[in-house]
Design a protein around this ligand. Structure first.
Ligand code: ZN
Length: 109
């Protein structure tokens, strides 16, 4: 594949699915990563968790730090986009399940 399509976080195969909770604001759904991981894996069985991105904090499971290097993913939209490319290329991610109420993505592969 050419690199031309990879700028701005666009990936060739990573499918992004938003799971919207539509209802009264006083009934907020869980924002706990472990809970949302189970929900994403249940929705898209047999896909399994490979990564996450927390848009509120920029926290994520980083292949760079796991490899002993320094993280280059800034906690903003640019970092999130670069991370999506890394998830697809280095972590075998195929699906991004995005929960807007928590601003959190669970990546499955
Ligand atoms: Zn990182």
């Amino acid at each position: 594949m050419a690199d031309a399509g990879r700028n701005e976080g666009r990936t060739d195969t990573l499918a992004r699915i938003a799971v919207n909770l539509d209802g009264p604001a006083e009934y907020r759904g869980t924002e706990i990563i472990g809970d949302l991981r189970v929900i994403a894996e249940t929705l898209y069985y047999p896909f399994k968790f490979v990564a996450f991105w927390d848009g509120q904090t920029g926290n994520h499971l980083c292949p760079q730090t796991q490899a002993g290097g320094a993280c280059t993913h800034s906690p903003d939209d640019a970092g999130r986009a670069a991370y999506a490319v890394a998830v697809e290329g280095e972590m075998k991610g195929e699906l991004e399940v995005f929960f807007p109420h928590a601003d959190l993505s669970i990546f499955l592969g």
